[in-house]
Design a protein around this ligand. Sequence first.
Ligand SMILES: [Fe+2]
Length: 176
Amino acid sequence: MPEDPIHAENTLDWLLKLDPEADQALQIAALAHDIDRAVEAQKVRHADFSDYNAFKVAHAHNGARILRAILNKCGVSKSIAEEACRLVILHEVGGDPRSDLLKDADSISYFEVNLPWYYQREGREETIRRCNWGYRRLSARMKEVVKTVTHEDESITHLLKEVICEQNQHNYDVSG
Ligand SMILES: [Fe+2]
């Protein structure tokens, strides 16, 4: 996807903003977490999955497989390579402080970088679904940050605000 290189660097920028001390394994994982999409012949396709979360799990595992081969070839130490791949596997779901950090950097970057591209390619309905899914992934801290994200195309900014508003309304209704 044309936005992927920008998203990779932006995810690294966010990672370092959230944790300026982030180590090499985290930085590699931030840059490479979506590397699955870079290998056309091997990439996992959304259309092959009826369940979006199952698609994302397969995407993460395939990315780690590709990254492991590259890091081995580059002579990166085994411990750094294993940790970078572990983080790539977990980047969609988190589960520990380090993978949660990567998940947050990736999630906020979708809204900052990918959103207009996604809208162009996938249309309004699918973008709303993707934004809802992405919003639920954000930590409380990043839910505050996403409120400040704007885009040149005002209809996209408006769409994002609507998603945030509806999610907050839903959470309010659920919690009573
Ligand atoms: Fe990503």
